[in-house]
Design a protein around this ligand. Structure first.
Ligand SMILES: NC(=O)c1ccc[n+]([C@@H]2O[C@H](COP(=O)([O-])OP(=O)(O)OC[C@H]3O[C@@H](n4cnc5c(N)ncnc54)[C@H](OP(=O)(O)O)[C@@H]3O)[C@@H](O)[C@H]2O)c1
Length: 335
């Protein structure tokens, strides 16, 4: 089978396309014949970090289970699945034709969902789900009506996580306001289902959000806390939560402790791979249910344009995931 292998030694990364033998699933594992590999900013960031490492990149993907190891229900063979966490602390990611991984990381993909949607779920949708379940009083798992009566601010509604957060929050019945930086991104955020879109670079962005949510927003899914903390503070309702899921190294957040205390604000960090097992299970179940309901979609019509690359162009796809000029989701189509 064909795989893309990254080798990093002495600070230098080399990339090669390799012919490897098809792996055999062990106890508790399945083998997935991958159709699409999902690319995230983390993949590009990781490329420059780890050293003394040989690995196949990418965490997300979608395909069909074609073999199961001991202890896994044989009926899973032939099942369409979405894959998440494949490459986390393992050297076998999804930039290859077959991947072997723990059975629970290959999740049944509803019949109505394409492999491209399946490969777009993983990191973005599970991170969004975690952000949306951190508010006062939960819920721990999203579902229709779970956020009824709540107002959510999604920072960066044209991003991959932001797009999933809008779609999941709307599915769960929240009122959703989102921020973007351009009219083009506003169109995408609307397509994702946002009730109201605000240009965060414009004068009076906080007032504009307050006009939509006079009592304040209950929850913020925050992509740039260093830049947006003043805006978030200005629009948070008492007891509100800011779920902070992104940063660049070294950024600091200075908080007014009295204000935070008197308003019962929470600033909560989110790193997908460090969340608890129950939180991950809730995310996987809710994301699958939203897909089955047709409430979580991809493509420009759902606010998330897709950019397709062949296996040989993994590096270009990863660069695109980090490039602010590329709006949408890079995907690798496997042979
Ligand atoms: N903690 C975790 O577990 C976790 C999980 C997933 C992703 N992440 C990280 O989260 C970040 C986003 O991931 P992604 O896949 O969604 O990337 P993406 O598709 O590139 O989206 C990022 C979005 O953030 C917007 N943005 C940047 N600065 C903003 C600001 N001040 N206010 C509002 N929006 C702003 C960008 O648009 P404009 O610049 O035009 O505003 C862009 O639309 C990445 O750094 C990624 O590594 C972390």
């Amino acid at each position: 089978m064909q795989a893309i292998v990254f080798t990093r030694r002495g600070g230098v990364t080399t990339v090669r396309r390799a012919e490897r033998s098809v792996p055999v699933p062990g106890p508790g594992e399945v083998r997935v014949r991958l159709r699409v590999s999902g690319v995230n900013p983390l993949d590009a960031k990781w490329r420059g970090r780890a050293d003394d490492l040989e690995y196949v990149p990418h965490h997300d993907g979608a395909g069909v289970v074609d073999a199961v190891g001991p202890g896994v229900d044989a009926a899973r063979t032939g099942e369409r699945v979405w894959v998440w966490g494949a490459g986390w602390q393992r050297s076998e990611g999804t930039a290859q034709e077959f991947v072997v991984l723990p059975a629970e990381l290959a999740v049944p993909l509803p019949d109505n969902a394409s492999f491209e949607l399946g490969a777009s779920l993983g990191i973005p949708a599970l991170t969004a789900h975690r952000c949306l379940t951190l508010g006062e009083g939960g819920p721990q798992r999203l579902g229709p009506g779970a956020l009824a009566g709540r107002t959510v601010l999604v920072a960066g509604g044209a991003g991959a996580v932001g797009n999933a957060a809008i779609q999941l929050a709307r599915w769960a019945g929240a009122a959703v306001v989102t921020t973007v930086s351009s009219p083009e991104k506003a169109v995408l955020a609307k397509a994702a289902g946002a009730d109201h879109v605000v240009d965060y670079r414009a004068e009076g962005a906080a007032e504009e959000i307050r006009r939509f949510a006079p009592a304040g927003v209950d929850l913020v899914a925050e992509v740039n806390v260093a830049q947006n903390s003043a805006l978030d503070r200005a629009v948070l309702a008492p007891g509100g939560t800011v779920a902070c899921y992104a940063t660049v190294d070294g950024e600091k957040l200075v908080l007014d402790i009295r204000e935070m205390m008197m308003s019962n604000f929470r600033w909560q960090g989110v790193f997908l791979y460090a969340i608890s097992a129950p939180a991950a299970e809730n995310g996987v179940a809710a994301v699958s249910a939203a897909v089955a309901d047709g409430a979580l979609r991809c493509g420009a019509e759902a606010g998330l344009p897709l950019h397709r690359y062949p296996l040989d162009e993994v590096v270009a796809a990863q660069d695109a995931a980090l490039d602010p000029a590329v709006i949408g989701k890079p995907l690798i189509t496997l042979p």
